[in-house]
Design a protein around this ligand. Structure first.
Ligand SMILES: CC(C)(COP(=O)(O)OP(=O)(O)OC[C@H]1O[C@@H](n2cnc3c(N)ncnc32)[C@H](O)[C@@H]1OP(=O)(O)O)[C@@H](O)C(=O)NCCC(=O)NCCS
Length: 126
């Protein structure tokens, strides 16, 4: 078994500008319907949650870099961030199946200016 981690930090304003500038074009390229529903439910702090999910997707990519064939092996919407009943986030892969992955976990945090995400993956190398 191997362990790999990925982390990412992003300015909330950068995501806010992309969403306000490109609107649906940006949102529909990056986020799944469930993620959009979750973030929009947060009303006036929604950009923190959008930014957190953007950081999460970057962190997932970094954590999986030893497994992925190349940087095109995963698209933004191949993995979505969902929250369980307690609010804890987890990763749901949509179009991808990684038999090598034995366990994967994510942690997210955000404040007024920044959002961060950390991903840890335990995987088998073939
Ligand atoms: C849940 C909690 C940890 C969130 O922390 P916060 O400082 O308010 O907010 P942060 O920005 O750091 O984190 C927010 C993220 O935490 C994550 N989160 C929420 N509930 C969670 C839980 N039960 N477990 C793990 N992560 C959780 C979510 O990903 C959330 O972001 P999202 O809604 O965009 O997905 C906090 O509200 C809480 O309940 N703290 C209790 C701490 C405590 O009891 N301390 C005493 C013992 S150590």
């Amino acid at each position: 078994m191997n362990i790999s981690c990925g982390t990412d930090i992003i300015e909330i304003d950068r995501i806010k500008e992309s969403i306000e500038g490109l609107k649906e074009k940006f949102i529909n390229k990056i986020y799944t319907d469930c993620e959009i529903q979750y973030c929009e439910s947060k009303k006036n702090v929604k950009y923190q949650h959008y930014a957190a999910r953007f950081a999460a997707k970057e962190a997932i990519f970094k954590a999986l870099s030893n497994i992925l064939k190349d940087k095109y092996a995963m698209d933004w919407k191949d993995a979505e961030i969902l929250n369980d009943k307690t609010g804890k986030p987890y990763i749901h892969f949509i179009n991808k199946r990684f038999d090598q992955i034995k366990s994967i976990d994510i942690s997210i945090s955000h404040c007024k200016q920044y959002a961060v995400a950390n991903v840890v993956v335990i995987y088998e190398s073939y």
